[in-house]
Design a protein around this ligand. Structure first.
Ligand code: DAH
Length: 430
């Protein structure tokens, strides 16, 4: 069983239906804009300063995104302020940040292995249509990832992309055949040291022509699968050195066959990425009827936590110099030295749930109040009484990575959490 952490691939599950630029190689011009062009406004660093108002707009790749365009008091919108404030940060574009260092190391591998082949995009707007995020990559209508519980919806037709695969079809249609897309992606999720509602992915895509495989005597799919595995094994060695690897067959809506690559690292099998041979339908819809392609998607945080020894996913967002000063451009794998271990404080809360209760909704409420001061929200007790009422008890761990929290501050947070959980989630506290 692979060690699965830091946002494992959501799409590797079949349809469940539960209730619930950089312009490196080519001078290209893509419509990157979200809305309109305007000046920069810095965004909130969300370190639990609950009284701080998030900026009214953020800048993404030179484009201004107004808060009102993303956060609306409307039932089709479930984007909180805390998520909006992350939109302009683009950690993957910072050369001194572990995510930027990792992105550059991957670029480096592709530039050396395939000189001048891959176009790189790291500025594509994260606000995409439902069509781009799901339909274009053949995510079934009833797939759990489409639910309001799992995805941030701006309105019924617009989402914050939940994977960088959302850009595959558009880039194919624009004529790109070899590309890497890096960006921030957004998912409603639980709270623990390896899950954060915003994280970063890189998507890779390569298209082959009949000439490529015909000379080999293989069929197109086998040829692409073989090339894909060779490429990604090389990438894993580039990042991790001489590691043991294994391929696992899996399912993704957009590829067939589909695989996951695992590496043996520090005595655990670690899932590194998802990939496969692109479904013909995706190519066909983009006007490519005679081609075969491969694609992969990897989570940057997951890899960076391992490569840099970063123990908590919240640290990526820290602006504390004791964190940021430990990394420098081009230094892949410099080991992070924890600068402190401030004590956690645990608070339990029990309530009777209702049919619409979900853990993701609870976590959103807690994050909305405590921001990055919440380390974990864990279900510690769950029972149903004779009347059929179900009670959940959650343990909330509060801990700052930067300072000691006072009792008063934690009690204040917990009172707010209790009040909002009761009001917003319609549960009955016990
Ligand atoms: N989009 C997938 C996810 O976020 C990751 C992925 C898997 C991307 C396979 C791909 C792919 O391009 O071929 O879970």
């Amino acid at each position: 069983m692979a060690l699965s952490f830091a946002q494992s691939t959501l799409f590797s599950k079949p349809s469940l239906f539960l209730s619930r630029n950089g312009f490196p190689n080519l001078a290209v011009s893509l419509s990157l804009s979200c809305f309109s062009t305007s000046a920069a406004v810095s965004s909130d660093n969300n370190r639990g300063h609950k009284w701080r108002q998030p900026a009214a707009s953020v800048e993404h790749g030179g484009v201004k995104i107004a808060k009102d365009d993303v956060v609306r008091d409307d039932p089709t919108n479930n984007v909180p302020d805390t998520i909006f404030s992350k939109l302009g940060l683009q950690l993957h574009k910072r050369d001194q940040h572990p995510l930027g260092i990792l992105k550059n190391a991957i670029y480096n591998y592709f530039d050396t292995t395939y000189p001048n082949k891959f176009d790189k995009f790291d500025d594509l707007c994260p606000i995409v249509s439902v069509k781009q995020n799901f339909d274009d990559v053949l995510v079934p209508e009833d797939h759990v990832s489409r639910s309001y519980n799992d995805t941030y919806y701006v309105d019924s037709q617009t989402v914050l992309r939940c994977h960088t695969s959302a850009h595959q079809a558009e880039l194919l249609r624009k004529g790109f055949t070899h590309f890497l897309v890096t960006g921030d992606v957004y998912r409603r999720d639980s709270i623990d040291s390896t899950h954060y509602p915003v994280f970063h992915q890189m998507e890779g895509f390569r298209v082959f022509n009949p000439d490529d495989w015909e000379a080999s005597g293989m069929d197109g799919t086998s040829y692409a699968a073989k090339d894909l595995k060779k490429c990604l094994e090389g990438l894993a060695r580039h990042l991790f050195g001489a590691v043991e690897m294994r391929w696992i067959d899996t399912y993704f809506p957009f590829t067939n066959p589909s695989f996951e690559l695992e590496i043996y690292f520090q005595e655990n099998w670690l899932e590194v990425l998802g990939c496969g041979v692109t479904e013909q339908e995706i190519l066909k819809r983009s006007g490519k009827t005679n081609n075969v392609a491969w694609a992969f998607g990897l989570g940057l945080e997951r890899l960076a936590m391992v490569l840099f020894d970063i123990p908590d996913i919240r640290l990526f967002w820290s602006t504390d110099e004791r964190f940021t000063s430990q990394f420098s451009k081009g230094q892949l794998g410099a080991k992070f030295k924890p600068f402190s271990k401030f004590p956690p404080c645990y608070k339990d809360m029990s309530f009777w749930i209702n049919d619409s209760f979900t853990e993701n909704n609870l976590c959103e409420v807690v994050r909305g109040i405590a921001g990055d001061l919440v380390e974990e929200v864990r279900l510690i007790d769950n029972f149903t009484n004779k009347k059929g009422m179900t009670s959940h008890c959650y343990r909330i761990a509060y801990r700052s990575m930067e300072r000691s929290l006072t009792d008063e501050e934690i009690n204040d947070l917990q009172w707010n959490v209790r009040e909002q959980v009761e009001n917003k989630l319609n549960v009955v506290l016990r």
